[in-house]
Design a binder for this molecule. Sequence first.
Ligand code: C5P
Length: 478
Amino acid sequence: MASLTVRKLDEALKASLRLRAARAGRSVEDEVRMILREATEGPEAVSASPARNAIPQPHRSRAPEVKGLPRVTLIIGGGIAAYKALDLIRRLKERGIHVRCVMTRAAQQFVTPLTAGALADERCYTDLFDAQSEFDAGHIRLARDTDLIIVAPATADLMAKMAQGQADDLATAILLATNRPVLVAPAMNPLMWANPATKRNVAQLARDGVSFIGPNSGEMAEANEAGVGRMSEPTEIAIAAEAMLRPPHTGPLAGRRILITAGPTHEPIDPVRYIANRSSGKQGYAIAASAADAGADVTLISGPVDLDDPAGVRVIRVESARDMLAQVEAALPVDIAIFAAAVADWRVANAGEQKIKKTSSGMPPLQLVENPDILATISKRQQNRPQLVIGFAAETQNLIQNATSKLKRKGCDWIVANDVSPASGVMGGDRNTVHILTRGKAEAAVDVAVDSWPVMTKEEVADALIAKIAETMGQPTP
Ligand code: C5P
């Protein structure tokens, strides 16, 4: 019997087959089988057999009937990662989410609106001044008629426009006109991501309430380039979107605002060298994830770490202790503040503007000055002091004694004390043994209670800490 190879069909036929297959949620080969079966056995035989992994049929009326499904508007920006946005459509749909796509002009250089529209639940919108788009939905309706907006890939340019409030195309007009939560998945070259202008825009957007996922580190599309800048994987983005779509005000910390610091700080010596420490940020990130799961509104201010953003958490990335303090202060007021970051106590007073050169006169003297103590500064605030301030004490000896004096000296309410001596394997490891030191506000300097927990994973410590916080705080007053 003769064999048929789809690859050898002419291009126009292949394109229409691909479209048919995508609409039905089948591979092209399965679609061809279906067509042949229909031709030989009649349409009844075919309608009785459901498509494998079938995507629900697109609903193409003017006002799509979504029937209670959560709705996502996916704005696809113009980067090489745009191809991953097509997979994201499928990952969202398999979670029962209705997807509507919008593409920037630049995005259309990478993927076509036809493909995005075929995979999504309705046609893809592209043009602010297109009469058909305005008739179908209108940019204001596109901005509001959704439960969540995802920007993926978010290019440096698109984020700059968002931070500026520009609205010169459909995507940016929707982003400016929306009152819905926005999740941004950046994707760009590592140098663009590390550029101070991008950092400023990201910090501004985070302050404006935009949530971020990624970027991850890894290989770039450009040959021989690697670093932080890869868009998060579609499944990661879909999971984050699902968390953001969960009904608000559920969970024991619903309605509470929590601020968490995590990771090390980097204190510059010159533009290429810095002072750092071995903190991985894992414990702070686990606490942020657990707090978000408990329904809290979480802001995580993170030093440089190699960890992905926890789902549903607003992440602000900083380098130095002074940047961290500035972002902490900008995030106030909050109900609860947890300071898990390993902040450098000292910074170089005379950090070089240029790379310090080796000279025959030996090592240049580095003058150190003390960094601000973020925990103590926030604990001792007269205004906007969080109701519950928790510090960490990482010690290598006399753990409880040192942690007790830290609790009193810094003026916080609780201290999570842990042994970080090299033998403990805590620094960079996955497990932790902690002791929770607490004191009532009125008890000033005395009566510190110590609650010692068994060895647990950092996720278990985070869950137990969040449960203890929820129990202590009770229900928020409406
Ligand atoms: O003094 P020490 O660094 O051991 O204190 C640890 C606690 O203080 C942690 O909660 C840490 O996040 C916080 N800290 C801070 N700012 C500093 C130093 C420490 O917030 N400059």
